[in-house]
Design a protein around this ligand. Structure first.
Ligand SMILES: Nc1ncnc2c1ncn2[C@@H]1O[C@H](COP(=O)(O)OP(=O)(O)OP(=O)(O)O)[C@@H](O)[C@H]1O
Ligand SMILES: [Mg+2]
Length: 306
């Protein structure tokens, strides 16, 4: 399958300190890739290497199937980004700000400005001075600016930082809309687990410069499902009863007399009664499974995400 981005063993050292270490990440078209990590984990440094703003100490970046090295110009034409806080001329209106940027970068035409403003829901506010914009509007304007040249990949470094919950939700909706309507692929960093969870179809977790895990959302959901952990005298018979009497196939045989039942979590009494009636002895039955947060805590060795 074609990839939008692939990094291999991407590493950055400053002085003697390794701040990004052997990071592998893969993004395919249509992904909303959530790059999750605490403050200082190495998110911005990684994104800067991907954008060619700083050189890796070792490792490679491949964009749209080609090495970044030697193809940077072409790659950047296909990428829009907000890595640093987007600066604007506060005394000018939104449309003029975008026009200045457009001319500086020598791209698109005047219509592309209205198009970009419409995409982020700011068309009605285009004549308003940016100093009157709220933080959320400024963030949107930053995204409009990044959209001007019709990029295929948007790289956004903590785009919802400082926004209130409503602003965050609007931002999430905007991203989903851009994926749906324009087929844009996203790489979004955040230190907020809840935000990444609500938005991303793929999550990369960076901790102290290392990628701890890269996982798609469905696999993560499966890993963080709760279940009844049942220890029985005869697991085959127990499985038969679960299917025939309880009418479920949503269980797995975990071996050595153990079963994990993912349904009927609130009816352990009924489950045990049916098993007992079928002649299966129950040695133990407990509700188990990690919440998403617990799962991440285990990954990081106890360091919390916000
Ligand atoms: N130019 C630099 N020189 C030396 N150290 C640096 C430099 N840039 C970043 N670092 C260090 O690299 C580490 C990772 O920083 P980075 O900004 O990539 O983290 P981050 O995940 O983006 O954090 P935050 O959530 O705070 O933005 C930090 O310890 C930081 O101090
Ligand atoms: Mg950062």
């Amino acid at each position: 399958m074609s990839t939008i981005l692939r990094t291999s063993r991407l590493t950055k050292r400053y002085g003697g300190k390794t701040v990004v270490s052997d990071v592998n990440m893969t993004i395919i078209p249509g992904d909303i890739y959530g790059f999750l990590g605490q403050n200082g984990a190495g998110k911005t440094t990684t994104l800067r290497m991907i954008m060619g703003l700083i050189h890796p100490s070792s490792g490679e970046v491949e964009l749209f199937g080609k090495p970044l090295h030697g193809n940077k110009g072409e790659a950047m034409e296909r990428i829009g980004a907000i890595i640093e806080y987007p600066g604007f001329y506060l005394n000018l209106n939104a449309a003029d700000n975008l026009e200045i940027h457009r001319r500086l970068m020598g791209m698109g035409n005047r219509e592309s400005i209205d198009d970009a403003l419409a995409a982020v829901g700011l068309l009605d506010a285009k004549h308003q001075k940016v100093k009157q914009y709220s933080l959320g509007m400024k963030q949107r304007l930053g995204i409009a600016r990044a959209l001007l040249h019709h990029p295929e990949l948007l790289i956004l470094d903590e785009p919802t930082n400082g926004l209130d919950p409503v602003g965050m939700k609007e931002m999430r909706q905007l991203f989903l809309e851009l994926v749906r309507k324009r087929g844009i692929t996203f790489l979004i960093s955040s230190h907020l687990l809840s935000e990444i969870e609500q938005l991303s179809n793929k999550i990369g977790i960076i901790h102290k410069g290392r990628m701890l895990e890269e996982i798609d959302y469905e696999s993560l959901q499966r890993k963080t499902r709760h279940y009844l952990d049942i220890k029985v005298t005869d697991e085959k018979k127990a499985a038969f009863i679960l299917e025939q009497k309880l009418g479920t196939t949503d269980y797995v045989v975990a071996g050595s007399g153990g079963l994990r039942l993912y349904e009927h979590l609130d009816e352990p009494d009924r489950v045990s009664l049916l098993l007992a009636e079928g002649g299966v002895g129950i040695k133990e039955m407990v509700l188990s499974g990690d919440s998403l947060e617990e799962y991440f805590l285990k990954l990081t060795g106890g360091d919390k995400f916000a």
